[in-house]
Ligand binder design. Structure first.
Ligand code: ATP
Length: 251
């Protein structure tokens, strides 16, 4: 699965928000999109998952223009965990996760197994019967990731997937995304704010600033103090710091 953006521009209410973005995500790659608040990251992601239409340019998934694919086909290729967590959903966790199978024919036994496996992977085995609205923000975020997993797409789009998570669950999710890439070749494009985490987990990253992609490549090459100072207006200093890792390798 390859995501290929060429010259993508997006306007909202007549305001140009994203300017001529070029971006690639290859099979199995974990690619981050970083940049300051308001620079256009979510707008670009929303355009890839068809919530917005580009004003110019092409977004291809496996060679096909996503904005011309029938909805069901598009949903079989790309799953998304958006930034907004739906509120007031009177559904159980199992019902929310099952929504990920909408693009497919139902198969009760296989689907039940898929839901259990996905909830287990996000650390929520046993939560299937909980009411979604009663979960914590971090639990909801993990349920929404489980819903994206059962969609069984080759491309995952994640908008700040760790924003509600404590440090242990952040690491679990980032490791999970890496595993999905290396074990089953799932490609991920994720908006991340933590530059150290992006550097530690991603194969490559793109930096956006004021609606433009201003740099792209392996984190070590891209995240220089000069670039960080230009884009974020802060000085980057390397210091001894606490580095968080999982206690043990979990299956
Ligand atoms: N309908 C609109 N009309 C005009 N400008 C808009 C509209 N909707 C959003 N914007 C602006 O577009 C810009 C990009 O927003 P976007 O949510 O894509 O940024 P972001 O990089 O994801 O930010 P954050 O890191 O804060 O989530 C922001 O300045 C926002 O105020």
């Amino acid at each position: 699965m390859k995501l290929d953006l060429r010259g993508v521009s997006v306007a909202l209410d007549g305001h140009a928000i994203v300017h001529e973005a070029d971006l690639l995500v290859d099979d199995g790659e974990f690619v981050a999109l970083v940049g300051p608040n308001g620079c256009g990251k979510s707008t670009l992601l929303r355009t890839i998952y068809r919530a917005l239409k580009p004003s110019a340019g092409l977004i291809a998934v496996d060679g096909d223009d996503v904005h011309r694919l029938p909805a069901r086909q598009a949903a079989r290729r790309t799953a998304v965990v958006a930034q907004e967590i739906p509120a007031d959903l009177d559904f159980t966790v199992a019902e929310i996760v099952a929504m990920g199978r909408t693009p497919y024919r139902p198969d009760a036994a296989a689907d039940a197994e898929r839901y259990a496996r996905a909830l287990d992977r996000v650390g929520l085995a046993g939560a299937a019967d909980r009411i979604f609205a009663t979960l914590s923000g971090g639990e909801k975020q993990r349920v929404l990731l489980a819903r994206a997993l059962v969609q069984e797409t080759r491309l995952l789009l994640l908008d700040e997937p760790t924003s509600h998570l404590d440090i242990r669950h952040q690491l679990e999710i980032l490791h999970l995304v890496r595993e999905l890439g290396s074990e089953v070749g799932i490609a991920t494009l994720a908006v991340l704010h933590d530059l150290n985490q992006a550097a530690a987990f991603c194969d490559r990253l793109y930096v956006m600033s004021a609606g433009r992609i201003v740099a792209g490549g392996p984190p070590g090459q891209v995240l220089t103090p000069e670039l960080i100072s230009q884009v974020y207006g802060v000085r980057a200093v390397q210091r001894p710091q606490l580095v968080f890792e999982r206690l043990k390798e979990e299956a």
